[in-house]
Design a protein. Structure first.
Length: 149
């Protein structure tokens, strides 16, 4: 005769333990997925906010640059208005005023973002001189900031 089948039979206990482990693993996996989804959503929100702040800061910098351009152009106008009108000095004052006004218009039109694009384009067109200028400026900066013994 065989023993009656009870719930305390060793294979039954092992099956129940195995089922409990699988259930716990499934719950842990589900919880981990929920936490990961929440973290992804939070990270996405942080990235979006950072982009918004960067865009707002860029707009403010562009507006400030345009305002500086207006001021520079105004200085050019003052040079033209109050500078000599005739002779060699008049010609020189007119050229200086024209250059200053042009710089002001450039700042107003291009703003900081356009200046950055122009600068990077210049470096791409002339990489070796740009590197040499960078090395020279670095050397001069190091000399200026080092303490003399």
């Amino acid at each position: 005769m065989s023993a009656p089948h009870t719930s305390n039979h060793p294979s039954n206990v092992a099956d129940k333990a195995k089922d409990a482990m699988h259930d716990t693993a499934d719950k842990a996996k589900s919880l981990a997925e929920k936490v990961a989804d929440g973290a992804r959503a939070a990270a996405g929100t942080v990235v979006d906010k950072a982009k918004d702040v960067a865009n707002a800061t860029g707009r403010m910098a562009d507006n400030a640059t345009a305002a500086v351009g207006t001021g520079v152009e105004s200085v050019g106008n003052k040079v033209r208005e109050y500078g000599p009108k005739e002779g060699f000095m008049g010609t020189a004052a007119s050229k200086v005023a024209e250059t200053i006004e042009g710089a002001g218009r450039y700042l107003q039109d291009e703003k900081l973002s356009g200046m950055f694009d122009d600068f990077t384009g210049l470096i791409k067109r002339n990489p070796l001189p740009a590197v040499l200028i960078g090395i020279g400026l670095g050397f001069l900066l190091a000399r200026a900031t080092s303490s003399r013994s």
